[in-house]
Write a protein that binds this ligand. Structure first.
Ligand code: HAM
Length: 420
């Protein structure tokens, strides 16, 4: 019988790599917590409509990639392909717009997309997501973008770039859309692409096929057709970004995979990742709340892919989890020493010192190997003869130096040694 494996496109995160995964997740969320964003949890599945109405019917995400199923009560539910629509659903349901604005939220968790798996592209992945709702202020756009940049910087990443553009608003979009449709009609496109163009012509700009790209050189671009108001908004965002010390690349052809974006739109790309180079992305979505049946309020946010960011960290050879593992280790030899070891480790942990011991009968050699592998800087070894003498051996695992310490002083000695 063959054993069961994780489903295609999914993977397990195991120690010791998992320490890096956690460190990346922590570091990406720390700037949000420092900037007044509050933690939210929403369900991993939502009514399918949340995504079909929220993310948009013309997107690959909704048409091809959702894990949708009927539950036993006959409801159509979908595993979230992204976190924004669910957060906005919660914002509406709990009438958060009636409180102080903007409402600043963050979350981190699983997302699911039935995509073709490849390096950096999975069917189950983890996003850090943040949203600022209820205020349309270019300074808020700049705050959001800068917080994304901060997370990557705090990890020590340098080979990433911020791509920035404005996708216009509800008044700029229709006339631009008409111009683009007019342009696309003259091109040599297959039936399916034409159908997609009818629902959302912008998506054609994002078509990766060379035969399509070759025809798009002179396509009209949204940034060249912004109204005065939207242009002023975008100018102000860029001014604030400059003041915040954030640099960017103008990306007038940037098309995001989700339909809700308006005005400021951005992506973070890393040069060490190959085809799946986007480590994060986001933008303003001023119609999303209304599309989900809520108040007509604005919003902006981003999501960062934790898995891809971890790949970026590895690509740059950064050590982000230096503090992981235990600091103190206790090696008991014999039943009496075992009691002392369990007590000592318990005391150390209570005092906040990361500590561990061996379980099962490992013998001196196996136990010392476990001590070395644990990452601890110091160990206490207690043998039967030591106990008879009323001592334990305090050993510096880095130098091999060793000295006898009275049993009653072991806790203090070990605690002092590992924090030196
Ligand atoms: P997104 O660009 O679809 O945006 O996803 C954000 C990030 O999630 C991507 O840049 C990538 O790092 C990661 N990601 C997406 N799909 C996969 C996958 N199949 N495997 C691994 N990583 C993946 C959103 O999801 C929006 N909700 C962001 C947002 C928040 N916009 C406004 N607020």
């Amino acid at each position: 019988m063959s054993g069961l494996t994780a489903p295609k496109g999914t993977f397990d995160v195991l120690p010791p790599e998992s320490a890096r995964f956690l460190a990346v997740r922590e570091t990406l969320t720390a700037p949000l917590r420092r900037a007044g964003y509050g933690y939210v949890e929403t369900p991993v599945f939502e009514h399918t409509e949340v995504f079909s109405r929220g993310v948009g019917e013309s997107t690959d995400v909704v048409t091809k990639e959702m894990y949708t199923f009927d539950d036993r009560g006959g409801r159509s539910l979908t595993l979230r392909p992204e976190l924004t629509a669910g957060l906005v659903r919660a914002f509406i349901e709990h009438r958060l717009h009636t409180g102080p604005l903007p409402v600043k939220l963050w979350t981190v968790g699983s997302a699911f997309r039935y995509e073709r798996p490849q390096a950096g592209r999975y069917r189950h992945f983890t996003q850090v997501d943040m949203e600022a709702l209820g205020v349309d202020d270019p300074a808020l756009d700049a705050e959001v973008v800068a917080l994304g940049v901060q997370g990557f910087r705090d990890l020590g990443l340098t080979d990433f770039e911020l791509l920035l553009t404005s996708l216009g608003d509800a008044t700029d979009r229709p006339p631009y859309r008409e111009k683009l449709v007019e342009y696309l009609e003259k091109l040599d496109l297959d039936e399916e692409t034409r159908r997609r163009a009818e629902i959302n012509p912008l998506r054609v700009l994002d078509d990766k096929r060379p035969e399509v790209q070759a025809q798009l050189d002179d396509a009209p671009l949204m940034v060249d057709h912004l109204s005065d108001a939207t242009r002023a908004h975008y100018d102000a965002v860029r001014q604030h970004l400059t003041d915040l010390g954030v640099t960017w690349t103008e990306a007038p052809r940037l098309v995001r995979g989700l339909d809700y974006y308006t005005k400021t739109t951005f992506e973070f790309v890393h040069s060490g990742l190959g085809a799946q180079s986007a480590i994060g992305g986001g933008g303003r979505y001023d119609g999303l709340s209304a599309a989900l049946g809520g108040p007509d309020v604005s919003g902006i946010g981003y999501a960062v892919g934790v898995d891809r960011t971890l790949l970026a960290v590895q690509a740059e050879g950064l050590d982000v989890a230096a503090a992981a593992g235990v600091r103190a280790f206790v090696v008991p030899l014999g039943a009496e020493a075992k009691r002392l070891a369990v007590r000592l480790v318990g005391q150390l942990r209570q005092a906040g010192v990361p500590a561990d011991t061996v379980y099962g009968d490992r013998g001196l050699k196996g136990a010392m190997r476990a001590a070395e592998r644990s990452g601890a800087s110091h160990a206490v070894v207690v043998g039967e003869r030591d106990l008879a003498d009323g001592v334990g051996q305090l050993k510096d695992l880095r130098t091999g130096e060793q000295r006898a310490v009275p049993v009653g002083d072991l806790f203090e000695a070990l605690r002092t040694a590992v924090s030196a």
